[in-house]
Ligand binder design. Structure first.
Ligand SMILES: Cc1ncc(COP(=O)(O)O)c(C=O)c1O
Length: 413
């Protein structure tokens, strides 16, 4: 355990960890159960195309969420594309910029313009109070994102969508197994979309799903997921290949059996981070409403540079030197990435809260790959870094000893 700032790797100490600690290390359920299922599907020689495991997974997910339809897909991005298309989104759609780039790309990919809306500084979700001023005659919908798994203001968004006759889609990539006022995420808006990417606490290797209580919409989504095929040789709509394969579904069924354990570990980690970081000036953990169901899969630190005496980016560099690969989610914000950055042609984005939080949030490792001892050490590094940055010697830290570290070859979702 590091005792003084001089022990920090950035000042020449040994890194706290020999192996790199990643954000989003996959949770893996019972390996034997998975291998048994994979053997079964190989014996069955039914590898994809709405196989028995995909159908079983869809039924289990729908039952768990309490939703009429669950349509499993190859990933969350294609689920967003299909759901948006099935809803008839076109022209302009209002989305937050504080999200993973897939939310915006899923629209742009289909010739729909994402119109970026600012977020509520407390919830980090799209701010309903700022939506209506962005509506034009071309607006057809709103995509809300339940960032970090914390639900959007679903009541306010439903009112706006109804008043303005807009479709309402949720990107619930972070919010699988979460609830709002006791109702599971998946039941809100016209449809909701999950991602089961390997970095999510519940994964199907790659995967996703569209869930909805709308029968007609569900039929459209099913057709579109499979090239528009209604039957052999009978294509009735435009479609794509959005199917989930059987190995992914086998992984999903196996992960589901460990879901409670994954959540319990995430919760334990979250409680420990909260406890250990309490009282450290300038850092605040994003908290969850424990009265709701919650997956606790994101440990998000908000760094106030004035109070902490160092910036989020400095803290990130200090952690990286210790092999703690904390991530800057969602930096710099979708609006500052291509093609959206160029489309703005230098105009002021008008997203002050997004801009501020994009420079202040840091995602820390959690999940089954992290133990209590590691969390204690990570928090001690943060404590030492901030104590040092507030000390008389802080000039040394700001005098350029800290070299920016390159990003790993890892996605940012
Ligand atoms: C908010 C958000 N939306 C969409 C996606 C896209 O999901 P996928 O990677 O399964 O395509 C992700 C994660 O990857 C995400 O975090």
């Amino acid at each position: 355990m590091k005792q003084t700032p001089d022990d920090l790797a950035i000042f020449g100490g040994d890194p706290a960890f020999r192996e790199k600690l990643h954000v989003g290390r996959p949770n893996i359920g019972d390996r034997q159960r998975l291998l048994t299922r994979i053997n079964d599907l190989l014996d069955r020689k039914w590898l994809t195309n709405n196989g028995p495991y995909v159908r079983e997974l869809e039924q289990r997910l729908a039952a768990m969420i309490g939703v009429r339809h669950c349509i499993a897909t190859g990933n969350g991005t294609v689920a967003l594309e299909i759901a948006g298309r099935a809803l008839g989104l076109k022209g302009e759609v209002i989305v937050p910029a504080m999200t993973f780039i897939a939310t915006a790309h899923a629209l742009q990919w289909q010739g729909i313009t994402p119109v970026f809306c600012d977020i509520d500084p407390t919830s980090h979700n799209i701010d309903p109070a700022r939506i209506e001023r962005l509506i034009t005659p071309r607006t057809t919908g709103i995509v809300g994102v339940h960032v970090w798994g914390r639900p959007c203001d679903v009541e306010a968004l439903a009112k706006i969508a109804q008043r303005q006759n807009l479709k309402l889609l949720y990107d619930a990539a972070h919010a699988f197994a979460c609830s709002y006022k006791g109702r599971m995420i998946g039941n809100f808006g016209d449809a909701e979309v999950f991602s089961f990417h390997a970095t999510k606490f519940f994964n199907t290797l790659e995967g996703g799903a569209v869930v909805t209580n709308n029968d007609e919409l569900a039929s459209k989504v099913r057709l579109m997921r499979n090239f528009g095929f209604a039957d052999y040789d009978d294509v009735v709509s435009v479609g794509t290949n959005g199917k989930m394969n059987e190995v992914s579904a086998a992984m999903g069924l196996t992960s589901l059996e460990s879901l409670d354990r994954f959540i319990a570990i995430n919760y334990r980690n979250y409680k420990q981070y909260r406890q250990e970081l309490e009282g450290i000036p300038g850092v605040q953990l994003v908290t969850y409403d424990e009265a709701e169901r919650c997956n606790y899969q994101h440990i998000i630190l908000e760094v106030n540079p004035t109070t902490a005496g160092l910036s989020r980016d400095r803290l990130k560099d200090i952690l990286w030197a210790e092999n703690v690969l904390a991530r800057r989610y969602f930096y710099p914000g979708c609006h500052r990435m291509e093609p959206y950055r160029s489309d703005m042609a230098g105009a002021e984005p008008g997203l002050p809260e997004t801009e501020r939080l994009a420079t202040q949030l840091l995602s820390l490792p959690t999940g089954t790959a992290i133990g209590s001892n590691q969390i204690r050490q990570i928090c001690q590094i943060i404590r030492l870094a901030i104590a040092y940055s507030q000390s008389a010697e802080r000039q040394r830290m700001f005098a350029g000893c800290i070299q920016p570290t390159p990003l790993p070859d890892q996605k940012s979702s």
